[in-house]
Structures are given as C-alpha cells and as structure tokens.
Design a protein around this ligand. Structure first.
Ligand code: TMP
Length: 207
C-alpha cells in the first residue's frame, strides 16, 4: 500500500487486511521503514531527528531497513505461504528519494536490484488524492516527522514519481482515487482486490 502522506493509507490498511482475512488468507501485516527491530530503530533514526540527512544517506537507510525486513520477515513469511501486506515498500524509495529528493530512478533501481534480487510486490495499491485533500487530512495530526514537514514542491515531486511508476507498471500498481469519503474509497479498495487477487484467492483457499 502506497501513497503520499494524508491520502488515508493508515485508515485503509485494515480494510485490506480484514478483506483478506475474511477470504481465509493468512496475512502478515508489516510496514516500512520498520518491520524488524533494526528496521524500527532505523525508522526512528531517519524520521525522528532534527539533523539534516543527505538524500543518499536517506536512501541507504531505507534500504538498510528493507534488507533486514526482506530477509528476516518477508521472505520467511512468503515461504510459509503467508500473504504479506506491507505499509509501503520499494516504490516509496522511488517516489520519495528518487523523485522527491531527485536522486533519480536509475540510482534507486541499482540498489533495489542489489538488495532485493527480484523480490517485489505482486500488487501495489497506490492511493492518490489531491494535495488539498491530503493537507486537510494531515492537518488533523498533531505531530509531524522529518519528511512530513517538507513543502508542497517536495510532495508534488513524490506524487509525480508514484504516478510515473504506476504508468510504467500498470499490471502491478493500481491507482485508487482516495479523494472521496472513507466508505467510498474502502469499497474501491475491495473492488480492486477482487479484480486483482481473485485467482490467487481461489488458489489460497483451495490449498
Ligand atoms: P508512514 O509509514 O507513516 O507513511 O511514514 C513513513 C515515511 O517514510 C513517509 O514519509 C515516507 C517515507 N519513506 C521514504 O521516504 N522512503 C521509503 O522507502 C519508505 C518506505 C518510506
């Protein structure tokens, strides 16, 4: 599950999880950066600090957390037949560090290949809302982390990089219009899950 801050990712993740559990799927819900003890520590380092972190260091910290997460949590869960529901994954590095921080897609792709060796999401739901809607939703929060305090220009670049990814991988990345109210977006998410996961769901239930 991906999207710029304020699109409603945190409120919609339980919708995905509940849907899959109702279908009889064994789901592991995890997040990035994070998902392991080291990953959560790195999350704290990268998000909860006042010090400047240069873009290359930011990218490498995200991938350090991801390397640990992929090897220690994601791959073992997949090997046991679980489905992994991840609150952000590699597309976030393409969007935030590649786009927002202007490191570029190629640089991120090189590290992705080295760290993940082909491990990727089968389906990515990209929640997309207007900047006004996102801002309205984030205004309700009291505290902002280091990345959330970036300005409009940064988030515009992040959003464009996400949409670019979606255009490059239309089979995997599905854009969900996150502008409407919660119930409407939740329904779009369920419809997309049925459309994209239907075959896998029947296989999971049969096995
Ligand atoms: P969130 O999980 O609350 O959305 O916060 C995670 C923050 O970390 C969010 O601002 C996006 C950012 N992030 C990156 O910049 N690159 C990444 O690769 C990942 C996974 C997250």
């Amino acid at each position: 599950m991906e999207g710029v801050e304020g699109v409603g990712k945190s409120t919609l993740l339980p919708v995905v999880k509940d849907f899959l559990v109702e279908q009889g799927v064994d789901v592991l819900h995890t997040r990035e950066p994070g998902g392991t003890q080291l990953g959560e520590q790195l999350r704290d380092v990268v998000l909860n600090t006042d010090q400047e972190i240069v873009p290359k260091a930011e990218l490498l910290l995200m991938f350090a957390a991801r390397a640990q997460h992929a090897e220690k949590v994601i791959a073992p869960a997949l090997a046991k037949g679980k489905w992994v529901l991840c609150d952000r994954f590699t597309d976030a590095s393409f969007a935030y560090q590649g786009g927002g921080r202007e490191l570029g897609e190629d640089r991120v792709a090189i590290i992705e290949q080295w760290v993940l060796e082909g491990l990727n999401a089968d389906l990515t739901l990209l929640l997309d809302a207007s900047r006004e809607t996102s801002l309205e939703r984030t205004k309700r929060r009291r505290e902002f982390d280091r990345i959330e305090t970036e300005g409009d220009e940064f988030f515009e670049k992040v959003k464009l990089a996400y949409l670019d990814r979606a255009a490059s991988y239309p089979e995997r990345i599905k854009i969900i219009d996150a502008n409407p109210d919660f119930d409407t977006v939740a329904e779009s998410v369920r419809v997309q899950l049925i459309e994209s996961c239907g075959q896998w769901l029947s296989a999971a239930v049969e096995s």
